[in-house]
Ligand binder design. Structure first.
Ligand code: SF4
Ligand code: SF4
Length: 622
C-alpha cells in the first residue's frame, strides 16, 4: 500500500522560524524561494523526528497509525502487540507494568509480547559477529535512523552495517512462529522512524502497524481505558531477559554480554544527533586507526525517542528502566528463557541493506564564491566560520545548500539584516519623497483651485460685460453654431432670436445661418477659413446699418463678431470719433493740405478737428 510521507509540515501553522531546517541533520527540508516555507523532501529524510520535536507551533506532524491499528483490531484476526522495553521509562504513571499489559489487552489485542525477547535474540547474533572478528568492523543496525543515514549519505558503508534485523523484526518472527503466520503484528515503541522501517519487511517479518507511545496514550484515552478499573495481566511468552535494558544505549551490549571494557573491548557506544553524525564520519575516515565496532543510536537512547511523551527526563527514565529490569529479574526463570531462546535459535535474523544515495553534487568553488559574495560572506570559502543560525555549520555549507536549491539567501541573518537595513533606508527616503510630493501636490491643487476661481470670476466678469455692451457680440464655432452671444446681438437679430433666447438662453447651439442673411454669415465663414479679420465693415441688415468687425479667436475653430447699430446715438458718436481720429492719424498729410487750402496752419486744423471730436465726446462742454 502506498504510504503518505512520514512527516508533514502544515504551511498554515508554520511561522517560518526554520528551527526544523537548523536541526535536520541531513538537510532534508527545502525552503521555497518564493513562499519561504519549508517542506520535507521524503527521499532525503531519515525519520529522526528532530524537526518534529523542534517545532514549537506544532506545524510538523507524523503519519498516524491510529486508524490503521483500529481497523486491524476490528478485523477479527488475532493481533499481537509487541511492546518495546522503553515502556518502563514512558509509562511510569501506570503503577504496575501488569496493569499496562491489561490495558493493551482491553484495546482488543489477543497477545501482548515483549520486544526485549527479540533484543535477547538479536544480542546473541551481535556477540557472535563481534567476537568472530574477520577483519571488518560494524555498526549496530538497531536504530532505523542510523541505518537510513548510512544508506542515504554513506552508501559505501552499508557493508559495515551489521547484517542483523532489529529487535522489532526479530520479535515479529518469534510471534508468528509461536501463534501462527496469520497473526497480525502491531509494534508499540518510542520511535517514529520504525514506521518506515516496518514497510521494508514482509512474510514472517511483517509488521502490520507501528504505534508510538504517544499514539497508544491517545487510544487509551479514546477507549477510556484506566488502570484503576483493571486487574493484573502478564506478558505472553516468551519473556525477555536483559533485553529490557535495551532503552539505554549500552544496555544492548549488556544484554549481549559483549565486552565493553575500555582496555579489552572492541565496541564503542555513542548516542545523540551530533555524536552519531561524528561517529559515522570518523568511522568512514579513520576506522583503520579506531579499530572498533560502533554501537550507535540517533537519540539519547531509545528512551528519549521522538515517539515518547514530550518533556521526558533522561536520567529519571534510565532509572525507571533499570528498576523495571531488576523487578522483572526477581521472579525470572532463566531456564525457561534459555529453552525459549533455543527454540527460536533457528530463526533467520539476517538482513541486507540497499544503498539509496541522496548525496547532492557539490558545486564548484566559483559558484560557491558567487553565492558567498551575494550574502556578503566572501572570504569564508576555506574556513569553518559561521554563526550557524541558518542551520548550516558554516557559511560555505549554506552557500552550497543555496546552489543545491535547499536553502535561500534570506536564511542568512547577515544578509537579511543587511537587506532589512537597505529596505528601511529605501523606505525612509521613499517616505520623504512621498511627503515632498504630497506637499507639492497640495500646493499645486491650491494653485489650481485659485486659478479656477480666478478664471470663473473673470468669466463671470466678461459675461456680465458682454451682456451689457451696447454692441452685439456673437461667438461661433467652425460649424457656425453659436457658442455665446449677448443681449444686444439678440436685439439686433430681432424677434425670432428673442424667442429662441427664451428657450435656449444666449442662443447657445443655434445655427447662425438660420439667423443671418447669406451675405452676412458668409463673412463669418470667410474669417473661419482665411483666419483674417474683417474690421469695421458697414453691413445693411434689414432697416438698420451695422458696423461689423469679425475676427478669429482660435484659428479655424472659433470666430467672434461685434455688430454696432450705427443708428444708436452712442454708437454713432463713438463711430464718428473713431473715424475722425483715424482720419487725423492716417491722413495727417491730407490734413496739412486742407489746412494750406484753408490758409490755416496744420496744427490749427488738427486742433479744429480735435475739438470736433471733443464736442462729440462731451456734448455739454463749451
Ligand atoms: S520548526 Fe520548521 S515547520 Fe516548525 S514553525 Fe519553524 S519553520 Fe515552520
Ligand atoms: S525527520 Fe529528521 S531527517 Fe527527516 S526532515 Fe525531520 S529532521 Fe530531517
Amino acid at each position: 500500500m502506498l504510504q503518505e510521507p512520514l512527516f508533514h509540515i502544515s504551511h498554515d501553522a508554520c511561522i517560518k522560524c526554520y528551527s526544523c531546517v537548523r536541526i535536520c541533520p541531513v538537510k532534508a527540508i527545502r525552503v521555497d524561494v518564493n513562499t519561504e516555507l519549508p517542506s520535507i523532501i521524503p527521499e532525503r529524510c531519515i525519520g529522526c523526528g528532530s524537526c518534529y520535536r523542534s517545532c514549537s507551533p506544532h506545524a510538523i506532524s507524523f503519519r498516524s497509525s491510529i486508524e490503521e491499528t483500529k481497523s486491524i483490531l476490528a478485523s477479527g484476526k488475532k493481533v499481537a502487540a509487541i511492546c518495546d522495553p522503553t515502556i518502563s521509562g514512558e509509562f511510569h504513571d501506570i503503577t504496575d507494568y501488569r496493569k499496562f499489559v491489561e490495558m493493551i489487552r482491553q484495546l482488543g489485542f489477543t497477545y501482548v509480547n515483549e520486544a526485549s525477547f527479540g533484543v535477547d535474540l538479536v544480542a546473541f547474533k551481535y556477540k557472535e559477529l563481534f567476537e568472530n572478528f574477520r577483519g571488518k568492523y560494524h555498526f549496530t543496525a538497531n536504530c532505523p535512523s542510523v541505518v537510513a543515514y548510512i544508506e542515504k549519505y554513506y552508501p559505501e558503508l552499508i557493508t559495515n552495517l551489521a547484517p542483523i534485523v532489529s529487535p522489532m523484526v526479530a520479535t515479529a518472527k518469534v510471534v508468528r512462529q509461536k501463534y501462527g503466520s496469520d497473526v497480525q503484528v502491531v509494534f508499540i515503541g518510542p520511535c517514529i522512524s520504525t514506521k518506515d522501517e516496518a514497510l521494508k519487511f514482509e512474510g514472517d517479518a511483517t509488521i502490520n502497524a507501528v504505534l508510538t507511545f504517544v499514539e497508544l496514550r491517545q487510544l487509551f484515552n479514546e477507549f477510556n481505558i484506566r488502570e484503576s478499573q483493571l486487574e493484573f495481566s502478564e506478558f505472553d511468552a516468551p519473556l525477555g531477559y536483559k533485553g529490557s535494558l535495551y532503552p539505554i544505549s549500552n544496555g544492548f551490549l549488556q544484554a549481549a554480554d559483549i565486552n565493553e571494557n575500555l582496555l579489552t573491548g572492541t565496541v564503542i557506544t555513542t548516542e545523540g544527533r551530533n555524536n552519531m553524525l561524528h561517529a559515522v564520519k570518523e568511522f568512514d575516515s579513520r576506522i583503520e586507526l579506531i579499530r572498533r565496532n560502533f554501537n550507535i543510536f540517533y537519540d539519547e537512547g531509545c528512551l528519549m525517542g521522538p515517539g515518547t511523551s514530550p518533556g521526558g527526563e533522561k536520567f529519571l527514565r534510565m532509572t525507571l528502566v533499570t528498576d523495571y529490569a531488576n523487578k522483572r529479574l526477581v521472579s525470572f526463570d532463566k531456564d525457561v528463557w534459555e529453552d525459549e531462546i533455543a527454540s527460536f535459535a533457528h530463526l533467520d535474523l539476517s538482513r541486507q541493506f540497499e544503498p539509496d544515495d541522496q548525496r547532492l553534487p557539490v558545486p564548484d568553488d566559483e559558484k560557491i564564491e558567487e553565492v558567498l559574495k551575494m550574502i556578503s560572506r566572501e572570504g569564508h570559502m576555506d574556513n569553518e566560520v559561521g554563526c550557524e543560525s541558518c542551520g548550516y555549520s558554516n557559511c560555505r555549507d549554506l552557500a552550497i545548500a543555496i546552489t543545491q536549491g535547499l536553502a535561500t539567501t534570506e536564511m542568512c541573518h547577515v544578509f537579511s539584516g543587511h537587506n532589512r537595513q537597505e529596505y528601511i533606508q529605501t523606505l525612509r527616503s521613499t517616505n520623504e519623497n512621498l511627503a515632498t510630493t504630497k506637499a507639492a501636490l497640495k500646493e499645486s491643487e491650491e494653485k489650481a483651485k485659485h486659478e479656477q476661481e480666478a478664471q470663473k470670476e473673470s468669466a463671470e466678469i466678461i459675461t456680465t460685460m458682454l451682456q451689457n455692451l451696447l454692441s452685439g457680440v456673437v461667438i461661433v464655432d467652425d460649424d457656425l453654431k453659436i457658442y455665446q452671444s449677448n443681449k444686444a446681438f439678440i436685439r439686433i437679430v430681432g424677434e425670432e432670436a428673442a424667442m429662441i433666447d427664451e428657450v435656449i438662453p444666449g442662443l447657445v447651439g443655434a445655427d447662425l445661418k438660420s439667423l443671418l442673411p447669406v451675405h452676412f454669415y458668409k463673412m463669418f465663414s470667410y474669417v473661419l477659413t482665411s483666419d483674417e479679420p474683417i474690421e469695421n465693415k458697414d453691413v445693411q441688415f434689414g432697416d438698420i446699418k451695422l458696423g461689423v468687425s469679425i475676427f478669429p479667436i482660435r484659428s479655424h475653430k472659433y470666430v467672434g463678431g461685434i455688430l454696432r447699430d450705427m443708428y444708436v446715438p452712442e454708437v454713432r458718436k463713438e463711430q464718428i470719433i473713431t473715424r475722425l481720429t483715424e482720419v487725423i492719424d492716417e491722413n495727417f498729410e491730407m490734413v496739412q493740405k486742407i489746412a494750406y487750402l484753408l490758409g490755416e496752419g496744420a496744427s490749427k486744423t488738427e486742433q479744429m478737428l480735435n475739438s470736433v471730436i471733443d464736442s462729440y465726446k462731451n456734448p455739454g462742454k463749451k
